[in-house]
Design a protein around this ligand. Sequence first.
Ligand SMILES: C[S@@+](CC[C@H](N)C(=O)[O-])C[C@H]1O[C@@H](n2cnc3c(N)ncnc32)[C@H](O)[C@@H]1O
Length: 292
Amino acid sequence: MTFQADDNALLIDGKGRRYLVRLQPGNQFHYHQGIVDHNLLIGSEPGQTVTSTGGGTLLVIRPRLSDFILKMPRGATVIYPKDLGPIAVQADIAPGMTVLEAGTGSGALTLALLRFVGPGGKVVSVERREDHAAIARRSISRWLGELPANLDLRVGEVEDVISEVPADRLVLDLPEPWHAVTPAATHLPGGAIFCAYLPTVPQLQTLAEALRASGRFAQIEIFETLHRTWTVEGRSVRPDHRMVGHTGFVTIAHRVEAPSDSARSPGEEIEESVSPPEGGSTGVAGEGGIDG
Ligand SMILES: C[S@@+](CC[C@H](N)C(=O)[O-])C[C@H]1O[C@@H](n2cnc3c(N)ncnc32)[C@H](O)[C@@H]1O
């Protein structure tokens, strides 16, 4: 489909530098190698190369959501794309669900959550700072064309909202998520999943202790995701020299009625190891295999 006015385009120069542009009739994109008229791009197919007035060549493609997130304006630090997918899978966020999120921050996680729950789901996102909420509103509208009807953006404290939203999932990216544990223990329905994203070890220790002390969360699982890109060019086949070394840790916990011993993390339940399955990889008892 050709580029239309108001579409986002990603322009990539010969050195791999990436520029996010919102196409507007009559506007121009300026960079160190000259100018490109937006009118040249509107109506063209993504995947073409354009030449700037200074002789630079630029590949023009549609940005992926991950490209947009890395380039969009930020009020607060965003959750990196490398962590968004694992959050969806490990917190098991699926189409049709209601997700309560906080803080909205710059809206990166909100955009990903909207995609995970689909048009039949709902995202309620709470942000304590009006300036951050305003930035998020603008970015979400820019990416989706408008604020979607299944997004409820609220300015306030998430701790005050938990009782009002029958959420399947609570996803927190804020510095002190332990303050949300008691309201979550009281109001989240049984079977809901609590997910928190935290950058430092003391924070995740405090959160894990609060989850256990509540007596209403089990199967507490904590992980981080390392993402390393590779160069594959001729005989140069190797990991890239640079990578994002650390972003954050994800904590997952199930809301239960009686946690018993299962408040321990799944990784603590090491049973006797079993023979490797056919194909060779080793496993831990209890992993893999579906009866029936
Ligand atoms: C790291 S940012 C979130 C970034 C966001 N996940 C994203 O990907 O763009 C944390 C945000 O949480 C907000 N915040 C902190 N505590 C809060 C609370 N108790 N309720 C609502 N928002 C809160 C902060 O104002 C900040 O904007």
